[in-house]
Unconditional design. Sequence first.
Length: 460
Amino acid sequence: MTEHVPRRTAEPRRLRRTVVLALTGALAAAGLAVSAGAAQAADSLGSAATAKGRYFGTAVASGHLGETDYAATLDREFNAVTPENEMKWDATESSRGNFTFGAADQIVSHAKAKGMKVRGHTLVWYSQLPGWVGGLGASDLQNAMDNHITQVMQHYKGQIYAWDVVNEAFQDGGSGARRSSPFQDKLGDGYIEHAFRTAHSVDPAAKLCYNDYNTDGVNAKSNAVYAMVKDFKQRGVPIDCVGFQSHFNSQSPVPGDYQANLQRFADLGVDVQITELDIEGSGSAQATNYGNVVKACLAVSRCTGMTVWGVTDKYSWRSSGTPLLFDGNYGKKPAYDAVLAALGGSSSGGGTDPGDGGGSTKSCTATYTETQRWGDRFNGQVTIRAGSSALSGWKVPVTVHSPQKVSTTWSGNPSWDAGGNVMTMASTGGLAAGATTSFGFTVMANGTWTAPAVGACTAS
Ligand code: 9MR
């Protein structure tokens, strides 16, 4: 089988500086906020999944919980949450021995108040790992890893349904090898088993999962994970579940053998869970893919639940690919309807966008991301998202900081001020309601690496 193109090389990582600039004027979405039901209605994702003996969860970012529509959609539709970043090592133990749980606690208490399950994400991962961890020698690193697992799991003991004990420990490509990390390089292959044994000793009631991406179909990477899980089960290493992240796009589509792959892991005697589902695209193609993923989980009796990697497209880690079930105004997308239908539920509201109240003003937002950097220059990308009305055009000013110079632009019509520092990028066409587009540019740094100032998007 061929391995999918690893998505990390196929698309730019979202970097440090993400600036969201909202439109001027009132947000159309504010008027028709969805109501938060105390009990889940029969027509929500969570209640439909429950009727099938599954949970339906979402990644949650603590910073958005105060947004009315975000919290209302979360509470109405989902019955499980995964903190998107708040339980990672850099968030919980950024300096050795100093544990900070504030942001993660906010999510856990919200979930508890609403009766939602919590997936803990994640204890041992090569990424979002503070620098001090990589600087330790082997025996010190082992102590630090054990202590990290112990302290974090202890803090949440009894409150976590499943923990991603180890995340993304295998390389992409055909080698089936372990990924290089401080843990792998200094502690060797045994660190994964050690992590699971430590986790089990702290909270034996939590389900302990191994979680990875590009393992969704049968391929060299999933074969390597399969061999590890099989070995663990044979030797009594305490592993309860395997998470399949399921980040899909055109380069990494839903594999044809997705269900078969879930089933072969389940047959090893572990639960399987879809842990970070998102599928780039739109309309009926995206809806069909989502429906198929849900059907695959339902067809595998040990597939205990599904989690999408965010509530709304506007906060997705790859927002420009609009990979989620709700648009930027919390309107239900066709993908939502397909998921609900696959779960056997039925929609009462018929996929309406809460922002479509009629008479709404044209609006847009602009989000800046640095997508790539070289020794002398960097690429910036600005994603434009239309509000709840279709646009015939938009413009966004971008100011670079002298002596920076913009050397190239793409996907827009640029015009310049006299000094050459302020570029106003205009659309080349219209934009459908809720849709996104983006333009890009290269900035020659000339020694200055400050991110450009991206002004508010003007809709027309
Ligand atoms: O969605 C997360 C994003 O906000 C972070 O910037 C990013 C940093 O690595 O991590 C994202 O979540 C990742 C998850 O923790 C593990 N699997 C891949 C997810 C998407 O990159």
